[in-house]
Write a protein that binds this ligand. Structure first.
Ligand SMILES: *Cc1c(COP(=O)(O)O)cnc(C)c1O
Length: 356
């Protein structure tokens, strides 16, 4: 099956899903209630990702892709735009939050809709793919902003695009400013490994300097198909990093993360970030208290080389930006929150959310 065909066969309805797995009460309740809510973030799973799901209701792959009713409970501190990216959207498709890095919202489409998605207002919103006019405007912005040295292709997942359209986006960046380092942010090796074709890899290699920054959360995502896709990228000369989101019931224990990080390193991928959960709407059931995250990191530091250990980081709610979750950024605690100093100097809160 071609990757395009596999994309067409994605599971997007309750009926399709129920032919493959029997739903739990929490999952059924999402379908019963979400249908009437226009803001609910839709079901979308590739046959490949579903093939990794076991019948176990608590399965870590299943939790990442099959919606549950908890997603429909919104806390007041949660938001559809938890990083306040709208404020930094300098063009409809360009976010310029950090001085030397800019991020293109290439497309709103993804192979799999992750239930923990922090950009859920944009992903699957129907905004579609960047247009030639928008690309021209991005090119002009990059030409005028010599301080930008890295451009992140994100979305959505840029590998939802056909090769030609993806390469056109990369070439527009290159045409604007020769030396820019490209970063391709993608979950595709885990969600749709057949997308990583030899032709794609050759096209990416021709557009270096380019890094792949992958999203992987559980060692079971590193099955034979994903392993082969990663080998094609590594053999093709594409350096790879990975980002993992700390997710309750998925990977919130040192054993699972150790296996994931070792598995990545042995496949040629350097674990880059372990992200604390963002305050994205309807994701409270996924968040792990920071105190537990620190405990897991202390254990991992004893077991893993620096090469295998990512930086534990958070994107401070309220637009504070990314910081490593180390003591030098911690300013103390106040009531139910931890206080952090951002890189720019302001003080921001992150809720403790510990079980009482
Ligand atoms: C995370 C992010 C970056 C890149 O940050 P790094 O720490 O360099 O990985 C750039 N722009 C935006 C908007 C981001 O969210």
């Amino acid at each position: 099956m071609s990757w395009q065909e596999e994309l067409r066969q994605r599971v997007r309805s309750r009926e399709q899903l129920e032919r493959l797995i029997s739903l739990t009460p929490e999952e059924r309740a999402w379908f019963a209630r979400a249908g009437s809510r226009p803001e609910s973030f839709g079901l979308n799973i590739t046959p490949h990702f579903l093939s990794l799901v076991s019948g176990d209701p608590g399965d870590p792959i299943r939790r990442q892709c099959v919606p549950r009713v908890e997603e429909l409970s919104f806390l007041p501190r949660e938001s559809g735009d938890p990083l306040e990216e709208e404020k930094h959207r300098v063009l409809p498709r360009l976010i310029h939050r950090y001085r030397d890095r800019a991020l293109i919202l290439v497309t709103d489409r993804c192979a799999v809709a992750c239930r923990h998605c922090f950009r859920r207002n944009f992903a699957g919103s129907g905004e579609g793919t960047v247009s030639p006019e928008e690309l021209r405007a991005i090119g002009e912005y990059l030409a005028a902003h010599g301080e930008i040295g890295e451009v992140i292709l994100s979305g959505g997942d840029p590998l939802s695009l056909e090769d030609g359209r993806l390469f056109a986006v990369m070439d527009a960046v290159r045409a604007a400013r020769e030396g820019i380092v490209l970063r391709l942010g993608t979950r595709t090796p885990a969600a749709l490994p057949s997308r990583i074709t030899p032709r794609l890899v050759r096209g990416l290699a021709r557009r270096r300097p380019l890094w792949g920054v992958l999203h992987l959360n559980h060692p079971r995502e590193l099955g034979p198909e994903c392993t082969a896709a990663l080998a094609r990228l590594v053999d093709g000369g594409i350096p790879l990093l990975s980002q993992t989101v700390l997710l309750r019931g998925v990977n919130d224990d040192p054993e699972t993360l150790e296996e994931l990080f070792r598995g990545l390193v042995s496949r040629g991928v350097k674990p880059y970030y372990l992200f604390q959960g963002d305050l994205a709407r309807g994701t409270a059931h996924f968040r792990v208290p920071l105190s537990r995250g620190w405990e897991i990191m202390r254990i991992l530091r004893r077991r893993l080389s620096a090469m295998a250990l990512p930086v534990y980081a958070v994107d401070l709610p309220g637009g504070g930006g990314k910081i490593p979750l180390t003591e030098s950024f911690l300013r103390g605690e106040e009531g139910d929150s931890w206080l952090f100093q951002s890189v720019e100097g302001g003080v921001f809160r992150y809720p403790k959310e510990e079980e009482k």
